[in-house]
Design a protein around this ligand. Structure first.
Ligand SMILES: [Fe+2]
Length: 266
């Protein structure tokens, strides 16, 4: 397969789409991997489940990692697997000490099995738990301290939750330790009238661009930034145009200093 003519630096793939599979999906992935670095972004690890992490899931993920050598492996602060039943949504967890201990043990186990750090992403949510005793950002901060895991900071998810649950997105991002931010996601939400829905079906909204600009001095230099867009996907050129907005913002934000941002689209 010929290398596509694009300025995109790297790609992120959904791990589960390539675990325990061969045929066309794997040959496309291997062809992309020949020309580009990739990250493996999972949606099924279910770190927030009170069950143990599925050993078969971890075995298949490890095989994929060994095969494609991603520069980052990530999943979400969420659960979607319990007693053999898998849900197709990322369900939030309660933010309290007992849950912190469960997830800390799960992340320790995964990092030991995979023999590498993983990055945990903050999700968008539409309900929360009365039993929570701390904020989501405080919970993430403690996870990084206890496990040495990294953070995949989704700025769109921060904004969506800030609107849905009425908190200050700036406080959220400032609570995340700068040195732990390994990647950034941007995406477009859909305004449902009385709440924001994280659809990945629209361009990045101005409020989310503003948050990125606000935090340019805070996020680590050269942190990989990507745009998620997986419904109503436009022509590739429009995706690249969105990506170039990231480049412009980063370049403007760093004034005279030259750095090469990394971005991707999946
Ligand atoms: Fe995301």
């Amino acid at each position: 397969m010929e290398k596509p003519n694009t300025d995109i630096d790297w790609f992120e793939v959904i791990s589960e789409n390539y675990m325990n599979t061969e045929g066309r999906p794997m040959s496309v992935l291997e062809s992309i991997r020949k020309d580009y670095p990739i990250t493996c972004h999972g949606v099924g690890m279910s770190l927030g489940s009170s069950n143990d992490i599925d050993p078969n899931y971890l075995k298949d993920l490890k095989l994929l990692i060994d095969r494609v050598d991603p520069f980052l492996v990530s999943d979400h602060l969420a659960w979607n697997h319990f007693n053999g039943i898998r849900l197709h949504e990322l369900i939030p967890v309660p933010y309290h000490e007992e849950c912190l201990e469960v997830i800390t043990n799960h992340i320790d186990h995964v990092q030991n099995e995979l023999k590498r750090q993983i990055a945990i992403e903050n999700i968008s949510a539409y309900f929360n738990y009365k039993s929570s005793t701390m904020k989501e950002c405080e919970f993430l901060n403690l996870l990084t301290q206890k496990t040495g895991c990294l953070i995949l900071l989704d700025i769109n998810n921060v904004y969506v939750n800030a609107k849905n649950f009425q908190f200050n997105p700036v406080d959220f991002i400032k609570t995340i330790p700068k040195k732990s931010i390994a990647q950034i996601h941007l995406a477009g939400f859909t305004d449902m009238g009385n709440f924001l829905f994280d659809t990945h079906a629209e361009p990045v909204h101005p409020e989310v661009w503003n948050l990125l600009e606000t935090f340019l001095d805070y996020i680590p230099e050269n942190v990989p930034i990507m745009i998620e867009w997986d419904e109503n996907v436009p022509e590739f050129q429009q995706l690249e145009d969105e990506l170039n907005k990231v480049r412009k913002i980063v370049k403007k934000g760093i004034k005279n200093e030259v750095r090469e941002p990394s971005e991707l689209i999946y």
